[in-house]
Design a protein around this ligand. Structure first.
Ligand code: C2E
Ligand code: MG
Ligand code: MG
Length: 605
């Protein structure tokens, strides 16, 4: 709730209960405007405008016209501005409301008489200044002697004292047009926008000066908090805000007078610093990272994009954009959280834009296609299943591969739509196979981590299974393993209880630990291609692989090697007992129609 309060000096102040006091008095505000070069009527109206819900910039423009009166040696601008303020306060909107109209006149009259009295009978601009704006030679004197800045603050003060007193009276009499809370919210929003624009301008001015005055190197560092949305979802927005304040405070403490920072939006921060060498710059980044590593026991992971300025004539905004591109790359990078700008980022950014602009149409126009890659048994030389892999056939671009668009749609959540589509296609395909008597070829679908936060997706899977009347065991789920992810562990358990077959995808590609074999209820481990390649490169690796195979067997886990490309690999895998494989050596992913034919041939149907 908002109320108007008066302090002991009888000056108005705004108090927004619960959110602190905006402490600038009208006189302070008006004097500030005057010193910035606005004329007195602008300064006066500007000092009140936002309180009545008006846009400051528009009011400043509007009250420029009062300068015309002064120029002709007419009324002091404060008098005309005061009438405008009463207009803003008591607002005549209803043309029939004669009472308010006469009330408006009354206020204008009262102000005028009181003003004349306080100004010893002087009400004209030329009387007050002692010089006439409209006469060039006198205007020169006004300027030379700085008369406006000498004389007008007093006139503003007199005007404000009268206006405040009159507003207070009206308020007591209940005539004051109070704003309701919705208006205040609007005002607050407006003030927030204005404050943020001012901050951005200030930041960019300081950065501009630094870039053009420093003889050291200049670094633009943009960073954000990884998975900030999840922090907000899990702990609430209030906690999220606290985290942002915490980061701001850290930056305040870290930055010296030649290092500038700005909270660009949400969890995105920009820091600009001068530095001597890369070590110093990295040291500074590590410092930011260290002090912001956690807040109230919640770990914060920052992703940094850095642009080291190589062309000082470039616009500041462009430099920021380059740091932003590097930040986007840092977010996607699993190995390093600090990425320096490189020219090729521009292309990445265009790619991202292309995906975001085209993905909705792609679903609607069925541009996503399900490809199937067979899984083979080495010993039986038979197809034992298939993996469903999405392909995007864009009408102009042609085939777009998952690695080029999945990271983007995973970030914006659109992956859910694509997965739903593929699951449905896979279910339909399974039905098609069972209809011709092939009921032993399970199809595995990929389940993005995105689904695993909520249980909605289980419903979707269940409906697919029901609608197409297929066996649950024929629709297998591939989930990528990651370190210590409790959420995934729990969800996997839930899926297991619901009777799904779970495949752990990409085992060995990143954070694998043998613990996951123990702790999660997977049925099959899919060994990642890179892991396999690494292991097969040395005798030691081959030994590890061999032991993994026997361990999986003893644990009752199925094993499948992905990305098998050569005869040697097939032979070795066969020898150590890893019987199930998937890879180019046997077949590439293919359109579902082709796989259907292949499968029929394989089964002799
Ligand atoms: P993944 O699930 O590990 O799928 C296996 C990837 O390895 C596929 O890449 C496949 O084409 C590729 N591959 C298979 N055999 C070989 C081989 O012998 N050599 C090489 N070099 N590669 C081989 P693809 O289709 O490009 O998919 C890449 C990744 O994108 C997938 O990795 C999966 O994580 C994701 N993905 C694909 N389709 C979907 C989908 O419908 N939904 C979700 N959520 N993710 C998908
Ligand atoms: Mg997979
Ligand atoms: Mg895989």
């Amino acid at each position: 709730m908002c109320v108007l309060v008066y302090n002991n000096d009888s000056l108005f102040k705004w108090k927004h209960l619960g959110k602190g006091v905006i402490t600038l008095t009208h006189i302070e505000k008006a004097t500030d405007f005057l010193m910035q070069g606005f004329h007195c009527s602008q300064a006066l109206t500007g000092a009140f405008a936002e309180e009545f819900g008006y846009n400051l910039k528009n009011v400043m423009k509007l009250s420029t016209c009062f300068g015309g009166g002064m120029h002709c040696g007419g009324l002091c601008g404060c008098v005309t501005a005061a009438t405008m303020i009463f207009g803003m306060a008591f607002g005549l909107y209803d043309p029939q409301d004669k009472e308010l109209e006469s009330f408006g006149y009354k206020n204008a009259d009262e102000f005028f008489y009181r003003f004349r009295e306080r100004m010893d009978g002087k009400t004209l601009c030329r009387e007050i200044l002692g010089k006439d704006f409209s006469k060039p030679e006198e205007l020169a004197v006004i300027r030379r002697e700085g008369l406006v800045k000498k004389v007008c603050p007093h006139v503003l003060q007199v005007s404000i004292e009268i206006i405040e007193d009159m507003l207070r009276q009206q308020d007591e009499e209940g005539m004051y047009v109070r704003l309701d809370s919705a208006d205040f919210e609007e005002i607050e929003k407006l003030q927030t926008v204005i404050r943020s624009v001012n901050k951005q301008n200030q930041f960019r001015n300081s950065v501009h000066q630094l870039v053009h005055s420093s003889d050291k190197r200049i670094g633009f560092i943009q960073f954000d908090i990884r998975r900030f949305k999840i922090i907000n979802d899990l702990y609430g927005e209030k906690f999220g805000d606290e985290v942002l304040f915490f980061i701001q405070d850290n930056l305040k403490a870290l930055c010296n007078h030649r290092q500038f920072f700005l909270n660009l939006r949400s969890d995105v921060f920009m820091v600009v610093t001068e530095y001597n060498d890369d070590r110093e710059l990295m040291g500074f980044i590590q410092e930011i990272e260290k002090v912001s590593a956690s807040y109230k026991d919640v770990k914060l992971q920052l992703a940094f994009g850095v642009y080291s300025v190589d062309d000082r004539d470039m616009e500041i905004r462009q430099m920021e954009d380059r740091a932003a591109m590097a930040r986007t790359a840092a977010k996607e990078n699993a190995v390093s959280n600090v990425i320096f700008y490189e020219e090729q980022f521009k292309e990445l950014l265009y790619n991202r834009k292309f995906i975001e602009e085209n993905m909705h149409a792609a679903i609607e126009e069925k541009q996503f296609k399900m490809y199937l890659q067979p899984k083979y048994s080495i010993s039986r030389n038979k197809i034992v299943g298939a993996e469903a892999l999405v392909r995007w056939i864009h009408p102009e671009r042609g085939m777009v591969y998952p690695n080029d668009f999945i990271p983007v749609i995973e970030e914006n959540g659109f992956i859910k739509m694509v997965d739903y589509y593929i699951w449905e296609e896979a279910s339909r395909f399974i039905k098609k196979c069972t209809d011709i008597g092939i009921a032993d070829c399970p199809v595995s679908v990929n389940v993005s981590r995105h689904h695993l936060k909520e249980t909605d997706f289980i419903q979707v899977l269940m409906e697919d299974i029901k609608r197409h009347q297929i066996e649950k065991s024929l629709l297998e789920l591939e989930i990528t393993e990651t370190a210590n992810d409790e959420q995934i562990g729990q969800m996997a358990m839930r899926l297991k209880i619901d009777g799904f077959t779970l495949l752990m995808d990409d085992f060995g590609s990143g954070y694998s630990s043998l613990n996951v074999l123990l702790e999660t209820p997977f049925d099959v481990i899919k060994l990642d291609k890179k892991f396999m390649d690494n292991m097969m490169a040395s005798d030691k690796g081959k030994l590890i692989l061999e032991h993994m195979v026997s361990m999986a067997r003893e644990l009752g886990l199925g094993l499948l090697a992905e990305g098998v490309e050569t005869k040697e690999q097939v032979e070795l895998l066969g020898k150590i007992g890893c019987n199930n494989v998937q890879g180019y050596y046997f077949a590439r992913p293919m359109p579902q129609e082709d796989f259907f034919e292949l499968l029929k041939k394989d089964r002799g149907v």
